[in-house]
Design a protein around this ligand. Sequence first.
Ligand code: ZN
Length: 175
Amino acid sequence: MPELLEVIELGNPILRQKAQPVQDVQSERIQTLVENLLITVKEANGVGIAAPQVAQSDRLFIVASRPNLRYPNAPMMEPTAIINPRLLAHADETVTGWEGCLSIPGIRGKVPRYRAIEVEYTGRDGKLHKQELTDFVARIFQHELDHLDGIVFVDRIDSTQDLSTEREYQRLFPG
Ligand code: ZN
């Protein structure tokens, strides 16, 4: 049975480590981790979660964009496991948008990201995928990829003026 995992928070040194490549996608450990991340991100109203956020230093994350309480305008997509991802190319254009993080509860920040990216990753079936992503889904991908390199969104903001508490953010953008 899949189980909800504890999400670790900023200050835990595991979040600052560089995660290790997944060697065997089909292993029971990795397949179980994917299952557990899928239900954990859903329960937490997230749109993505990376293995280091549950204290597993593996190059693996979930992108699961869907409208929810924390992101009412997120586009709908099938939750996808992204294993050993690589950023192949990106547009010059960056866009600044609000992000939050399950590991930094109560804080939102305006973060610049590439608007369009070309990526390669292994799916949970072990197959290699190559894809172009844009806008919000590209933003999630870049946020989660950063987690695999020990980077969190507050490292990417231009100024601390671009931070907001969750409560003030909800006042700015009432759902
Ligand atoms: Zn995060």
